[in-house]
Design a protein around this ligand. Structure first.
Ligand SMILES: Cc1cc2nc3c(=O)[nH]c(=O)nc-3n(C[C@H](O)[C@H](O)[C@H](O)COP(=O)(O)OP(=O)(O)OC[C@H]3O[C@@H](n4cnc5c(N)ncnc54)[C@H](O)[C@@H]3O)c2cc1C
Length: 471
């Protein structure tokens, strides 16, 4: 008899877990149900900026609503799970429906962090009109409905998400001001040099940046009219978008007696302490780490699928090395690992090209990469990420890798897509097998289906090899 597998949440982790399960023929041993509070099929949350700047939600769909039934998966669209009873092995939805399960996976992701700011609610207690977060398609549609060319927006948060939101709003014709609490933009990924260059590039796009300050109060009569800053300045605004970070969604796990620290605690099998209950994605905490990027989440999903299906009972998740890339057209930023020397023996190699607006820096520890940041030109990013990921020794002349990443590497194959670890030879192989368009190539190899920053390279590989194949 088939076991009942219930997945709570239908975001990027759930979507990837389904793919990994079906690849391992899980349909033969499981009846799979997915409970998604959002009523849409899964979509690529990473690409929300496209929807914010005017694209159609379908452009970023990962799984249309009919995908599930076609593969024998039951999708409870728009259904929130309120509680899990791990003893009775039964979950309850917020509408009070009961669903028995044998195995349950939390994939509940995160909520946007909204700092304590006055005036977020109107006098009657309802959320103030014009205050938004940037996490879902519905958020983007709501922001767009309010964004009129010539109106003004304040984006609170000058990290990856805040800058993406600011650029999208600027492209819609709004007057945009970004507020960032720290003196340096993207301070989690960049040092002062990098942050200063980034600021220059962002301001050149027409976005105003105010660092070292934040919103103290949202002002307005019913709807937003301005934001009062720490220090007293007032910035007029028709729209406020909070992009200040994320908080793992652990409320259901907590209410169900599943142990939680910052997020749901899991071991190397992605299992919680509660038998039959697992967690993946941004809601999971492994070895003290909670990841907020997809590449580690996808690594978790592959392991969990191996564990659940028994395809590889010895599969273990041992943590991931992460890297971040800003997806704002016109300014390239990539960063991973440490941003500065931490020990006296750490070696720092940096090249600052002020006129070109390019800054590249490596932090080297024991002859290997401990971190890197690239601002203004990130051509070397895929190769550097690969070296970092594989703990490869650097060549004696560090500048060989700093500029292009084209240094001799011990890896036999160069990665094109770091999110999915897809090598150049796999891409070229797929082109030779007949994938002669970008969608076909992405479908066949998974390259380009994460943050999408390798799509340019995929297009140039297509240009080279499709032509060669047809000669
Ligand atoms: C604008 C933006 C840009 C980003 N850019 C990048 C990037 O460039 N690179 C990168 O690697 N990552 C990026 N990320 C982060 C990436 O999107 C997340 O790491 C990823 O989506 C996490 O997947 P998840 O499934 O854990 O959570 P989510 O994708 O948030 O999915 C969780 C789902 O569970 C649902 N849910 C929660 N609780 C319940 C419940 N009780 N019952 C039913 N459903 C529930 C939620 O509604 C949600 O749909 C970005 C995120 C955003 C918002």
């Amino acid at each position: 008899m088939k076991k009942r597998l219930a997945i709570i949440g239908n975001g990027m982790a759930a979507s990837r877990l389904l793919d990994e399960l079906l690849r391992r023929n899980a349909g033969a041993s499981f009846e799979i149900s997915v409970f998604g509070e959002e009523s849409r099929g899964a979509y690529n949350r990473i690409l929300l900026g496209r929807v914010l700047s005017g694209g159609e939600p379908d452009e970023i769909a990962l799984k249309p609503n009919d995908w599930y039934a076609q593969r024998g998966v039951v999708f409870h669209a728009g259904v929130r799970v309120a509680k899990v009873d791990p003893v009775a092995r039964r979950l309850t939805t917020s509408a009070g429906e009961l669903h028995p399960y044998d195995v349950c996976v939390f994939a509940t992701g995160s909520s946007p962090l909204v700092p304590r700011v006055g005036g977020l609610k109107s006098d009657d207690g309802s959320p103030r009109d014009g205050v938004h977060v940037f996490r879902t398609i519905d958020d983007c549609v709501a922001i767009r409905d309010r964004a009129r060319p010539g109106s003004s927006a304040v984006v609170v948060g000058g990290g990856l998400l805040g800058l993406e939101a600011a650029k999208a709003l600027c492209d819609l014709g709004l007057h945009v001001t970004v507020l960032h609490l720290e003196p340096v933009l993207m301070n989690a990924q960049l040092d002062k040099n990098g942050g200063d260059l980034l600021r220059r590039a962002i301001e050149k796009m027409g976005i105003f940046v105010r660092t070292g300050t934040s919103a103290e109060e949202v002002l307005g009569n019913g709807h937003v009219e301005a934001v009062k800053l720490r220090g007293g300045d007032v910035v007029p605004a028709d729209l406020v978008v909070f992009a200040c970070g994320i908080v793992p969604r652990v409320e259901v796990a907590k209410a169900s007696g599943v142990p939680v620290n910052r997020a749901i605690l899991v071991n190397d099998l992605l299992a919680t302490q509660v038998p039959g209950v697992y967690a993946v994605g941004e809601c999971a905490e492994h070895a003290g780490k909670v990841y907020g990027l997809v590449q580690p989440i996808w690594e978790q999903c592959a392991v969990l699928a191996d564990v659940l299906t028994g395809a590889n009972p010895r599969a273990r998740y041992l943590g991931s090395k992460v890297y971040a890339r800003l997806k704002v057209a016109g300014v390239e930023v990539a960063s991973f690992g440490v941003t500065d020397a931490e020990f006296p023996s750490d070696e720092v190699v940096q090249v600052f090209e002020d006129r070109r607006g390019v800054y590249r820096k490596l932090v080297v520890r024991d002859g290997k990469l401990a971190g890197a940041m690239l601002v203004g030109c990130a051509d070397a990013a895929p190769a550097l990420v690969q070296m970092f990921d594989r703990d490869e020794p650097l060549p004696p002349n560090r500048l060989d890798v700093l500029a292009t990443g084209n240094a001799p590497t011990t890896a036999t194959e160069r990665e094109v897509c770091n999110c999915n670890h897809v090598t150049e030879s796999a891409v070229v192989g797929a082109i030779r097998d007949g994938c002669d368009t970008l969608p076909a190539l992405c479908d066949a190899t998974r390259a380009g289906t994460g943050c999408g920053s390798c799509r340019g390279q995929l297009i140039s590989l297509l240009a080279t090899h499709v032509t060669l194949a047809s000669v």
